[in-house]
Design a protein around this ligand. Structure first.
Ligand code: C2E
Ligand code: CA
Ligand code: CA
Ligand code: CA
Length: 269
């Protein structure tokens, strides 16, 4: 069990509930692929200097046949703990490549990869095999990996990053600003985008130094010669303030919610 010994000293009914829920997710997750319960939705990434959509982030949705929608925040952690994340992650990569035909070659498809998944020695081989099987140009795929991965085995992460880049995919550091990056180490890694965590955006208006924090990260990105994209932009004012801080790439409900592709088109084709 993941919970420490201390948690068993006192009986918490809600903890037993949580534990049971986790077990339930684990069992059901194992069948989700076979039962066709997963789907990818896509959210636009916009260049606000010209209004063009430059990419789409693929986000996983699980619609359980009885319980309905279960949010990724609830099942991804469980999948990482029980190892199912590798199978699920491969499904996500494959589906994103299958869906690639719906996007123009100028629109990148950003795919979330769990640190647990990337740690697998065969991760890059799996990625390469999927790209080849679906005949997708690797340059169209961006791998999103959370900043927290950087606290893991640094040599191994760098190796994986280099192999991903050698394959032709680009790498974005997700949730940037929430982890504890060693900037010296960061500057040595082959990635091309920082995704500024949503928390910076939601506080840009009410925090005195909100704009200054963002421009500091924009300057850091410039020094590293990488792009910076702000996540979770919900209002015009947030966009304006981000622009003032030097950030032009954005994603969020203000520009578009994650939506499913029109799969009827597949049948019609
Ligand atoms: P994330 O990668 O940071 O994804 C951004 C999350 O913010 C998504 O939640 C998205 O729907 C939500 N979002 C987008 N725009 C806005 C906005 O304007 N306002 C607000 N409040 N939220 C916004 P979602 O889809 O529930 O995903 C949550 C997390 O689950 C993701 O965070 C990611 O860490 C994980 N996840 C989702 N799909 C996958 C996947 O295919 N593989 C892996 N490993 N993780 C995934
Ligand atoms: Ca992401
Ligand atoms: Ca994020
Ligand atoms: Ca996140």
């Amino acid at each position: 069990r993941a919970s420490g010994l201390g948690s068993w000293a006192i009986y918490h009914p809600e903890m037993a509930e949580t534990d049971r829920y986790r077990k339930w997710i684990e069992t059901e997750l194992g069948q989700a692929i076979g039962k066709n319960e997963f789907e990818l939705v896509y959210q636009p990434q916009v260049d606000t200097t010209n209004g063009e959509t430059v990419g789409y982030e693929a986000l996983l949705r699980w619609e359980h046949r009885e319980k309905g929608a279960i949010p990724p925040a609830e099942f991804i952690t469980v999948a990482e703990k029980c190892g199912l994340i590798n199978q699920i992650g491969s499904w996500v990569l494959r589906q994103a490549c299958v869906d690639a035909r719906y996007f123009t070659s100028g629109e990148k498809i950003a795919v979330n990869v769990s640190p647990k998944q990337m740690e697998q020695d065969d991760f890059v081989d799996t990625l390469a095999a999927i790209l080849r099987a679906q005949a997708v140009d690797p340059a169209r795929i961006e791998i999103e990996i959370t900043e927290n991965v950087l606290i893991h085995d640094q040599r191994k992460i760098r190796e994986q990053f280099e192999q991903i880049r050698a394959l032709g995919c680009s790498i974005a550091i997700d949730d940037f600003g929430t982890g504890y990056s060693n900037l010296n180490y960061l500057s040595d890694l082959p990635f091309s985008k920082l995704k500024l965590d949503q928390s910076f955006v939601s506080r840009i208006e009410d925090r005195k130094n909100g704009g200054a924090l963002v421009s500091t990260i924009v300057n850091l990105a410039r020094a590293l010669d990488v792009d910076v994209l702000a996540e979770g932009v919900e209002t015009e004012n947030q966009m304006v303030m981000l622009n003032a801080a030097g950030c032009t790439l954005m994603q969020g409900y203000y520009f578009g919610k994650p939506v499913a592709l029109q799969r009827q088109q597949t049948l019609a084709a």
